[in-house]
Design a protein around this ligand. Sequence first.
Ligand SMILES: Nc1ncnc2c1ncn2[C@@H]1O[C@H](COP(=O)(O)OP(=O)(O)OP(=O)(O)O)[C@@H](O)[C@H]1O
Ligand SMILES: [Mg+2]
Length: 95
Amino acid sequence: MIRYESRLIKGIIEEVLSKVNRSRLQVATHPIGIDIRVKQMKDLLKLGTSDVRIAGIYGMGGIGKTTPAKALYNNICDGFEGSSCLLNIKEVSDN
Ligand SMILES: Nc1ncnc2c1ncn2[C@@H]1O[C@H](COP(=O)(O)OP(=O)(O)OP(=O)(O)O)[C@@H](O)[C@H]1O
Ligand SMILES: [Mg+2]
């Protein structure tokens, strides 16, 4: 019984912390067609399996690659103990 309660409390604490600690990335003001992209990328990443996967998004400059990547991050970050989104790699690495 005590064991069950302590597990339950631990679960509640993890759930609450995951909700209050994470800041969300700013996606487009009026996003269009983002949800379907997020779903497609989640399918590709096969979340929930023990595999480690990397997915790339490619296309012309400004076509909208970073925006769905940020929306994906916002959508899945709560499922991880820790998360970090590294942005502007191109700009930083040019220096
Ligand atoms: N689905 C979308 N709905 C609305 N606006 C969008 C969408 N996708 C991108 N945008 C807008 O288009 C602009 C360019 O998008 P984004 O930065 O994602 O492009 P990018 O392909 O990553 O660009 P770059 O090649 O320079 O890295 C941004 O202002 C973004 O807010
Ligand atoms: Mg980009």
